[in-house]
Ligand binder design. Structure first.
Ligand code: SF4
Length: 502
């Protein structure tokens, strides 16, 4: 039976028993994940915390990438304001897919104190009508912030009533920040809106002028070789091109969604032969639903980062199409070319100690990659933890004693951990560079949509960038000297997880 699509996606604390508070060794983490009760990660909390992200902001980041779409932020103007800084980069990424694309169009209903008393429904109706008449988009997406949820605006009902008056598809995304501490719930919230409103029925075949048997054969052949690859906002066009290169070498056709897709692409999704996730944390809600509802097989396993991750990812796809031998030959050829290219870098990087912080899947596959370059893993920090990490954790090149902190932000714990483990280089989730630089160590972003991290070419680019940042970290040393971190010595004497309540 297919999953029921509710008005809003449930918080991941409930759906996946995911947690955001843990500190211990990788061996202890393995043991807890293996327990029948799932380790009860979501029972843990902190008696003191600095900050955690809001799911609305991550939803907006994903939705801003959609082409031919207007995004309406239903809430106070401040909720969407943070994303304005990234709009230029998002526009450029859109244009790498389609040079005719304009900028992201975002409208705020600008709810204020009087709307909290009288309701925000009138403003929302006006905004939807304005967006449709002014911009003629394929879709209008309405994102709900905390305020309309608290005052009881029924966004789904308003959009139902407006459908007859507008030409665009209307999509409601219920992603109020207060509902979860787990920012990754944002992915489910966005997919919930897409499932309710866009991925509903298969496309009609675009037939030739006189449909004939050949037309049918081509249609079926193309669909039978088409793979939907679920991209993530943290990957850029260079990553897509590398994955497309590898899958094309296996004679497969690739369709990238959801980031930078057009609304109509979510209908085409239902014609493909296979759905392949790049990161289970990102896609399971959507992929599981369309697998169950439409019978499209899916793969959620590892990320195609590093030699091992990429090889494993390719082999899983090859197994589905029964082309394992072809895939093995491709992997051998790519491995040999990569080895030759990495040789000079391995000599320089050997024995350096890395600390990696970011999403649960990404940190473990990146650990494998940097270990392949000769680095040791000194410590890890993940935004949250759930069962999707299990396949990559078992293969990760970490010792049982390697410390892992599960914390959505909370930079004070990171400062304490880094003082204790003393790494040589930090691989960090983008956006935390300002306080991370104060450690005086070289920092490589864990992702950057302008760089290539995935596949074989990505492994080479990371080696090149690591060598470059390790050769001169004077800038961050100066930041540490003149703008030190604000914590007292007494904090560094405590355990990293001193404020975590089990
Ligand atoms: S927590 Fe609520 S009010 Fe704050 S930014 Fe997120 S959606 Fe807006």
């Amino acid at each position: 039976m297919a999953m029921t699509i509710e008005r809003a996606a449930p918080p991941r604390e409930d759906r996946l028993q995911a947690g955001t508070a843990y500190c211990g060794t990788c061996a202890q983490l393995r043991e807890r994940l293996g327990r029948k009760d799932g380790g009860c990660f979501n029972q843990a909390n902190r008696s003191f915390g600095q900050s955690f992200g809001c799911q609305f902001t991550l939803s907006l980041a994903m939705l801003n990438t959609l082409r031919n779409t207007v995004v309406i932020v239903h809430g106070p103007v401040g909720c969407g304001f943070w994303s304005v800084g990234g709009i230029g980069a998002t526009r450029n990424m859109k244009r790498l897919r389609d040079p005719a694309q304009g900028s992201t169009i975002q409208i705020s209903t600008n709810l204020d104190e009087s709307d909290v008393i009288s309701g925000g429904e009138t403003k929302l109706r006006e905004a939807v009508i304005y967006a449709d008449r002014e911009f003629r988009p394929e879709a209008i997406v309405v994102t709900s912030t905390c305020v309309p949820a608290l005052i009881g605006d029924d966004v789904d009902k308003i959009l139902d009533e407006l459908r007859k008056d507008v030409s665009a598809d209307l999509v409601s995304v219920n992603c109020e920040g207060f509902k979860t501490k787990l920012m990754a719930t944002a992915y489910d919230a966005v997919y919930n809106g897409i499932l309710k409103n866009l991925s509903k029925k298969k496309t009609e075949r675009e037939s030739l002028v006189i449909p004939d048997k050949l037309d049918d054969i081509l249609w079926n052949y193309n669909n039978a070789r088409t793979v939907n690859v679920f991209n993530v906002g943290s990957m850029g066009r260079p990553d897509e091109l590398e994955l497309a290169r590898l899958l094309t070498a296996l004679e497969l056709k690739v369709n990238f969604i959801p980031c930078f897709a057009s609304p109509k692409d979510f209908r085409k999704v239902l014609d493909a032969a296979l759905n392949v996730s790049i990161c289970g944390t990102h896609d399971d809600y959507y992929v599981q639903h369309i697998s169950e509802a439409y019978g499209i097989p899916s793969i959620i396993d590892t990320m195609p980062i590093g030699r091992k991750g990429t090889g494993r990812w390719l082999m899983k796809i090859a197994e589905h199409f029964h082309i394992e031998e072809q895939a093995k030959l491709l992997i051998e050829k790519e491995d040999a070319a990569l080895d030759e290219a990495l040789e000079p870098y391995r000599k320089i990087l050997k024995g350096k100690r890395a600390y990696i912080s970011g999403g649960e899947m990404r940190i473990f596959v990146t650990a494998e990659l940097v270990n392949d370059l000769g680095l040791e893993i000194a410590g890890l920090k993940s935004h949250h933890i759930d069962h999707f990490v299990e396949p990559v954790l078992d293969d990760a090149p970490v010792s049982g004693d390697t410390c892992i902190d599960i914390a959505s932000q909370h930079p004070f714990e990171q400062a304490n951990l880094l003082r204790k483990i003393k790494p040589d280089v930090l691989l960090m989730h983008i956006g935390g560079g300002n306080f991370t630089a104060k450690h005086g160590l070289p920092v490589l972003p864990l992702f950057n949509p302008g760089f290539n991290y995935m596949g074989y070419s990505g492994a080479f680019e990371i080696a090149y960038r690591l060598k470059r940042i390790l050769s001169n970290s004077q800038y961050n040393k100066n930041i540490q000297k003149y703008r030190p971190l604000p914590y007292r010595e007494s904090w560094y004497e405590k355990d990293v997880g001193a404020y975590i309540k089990e």
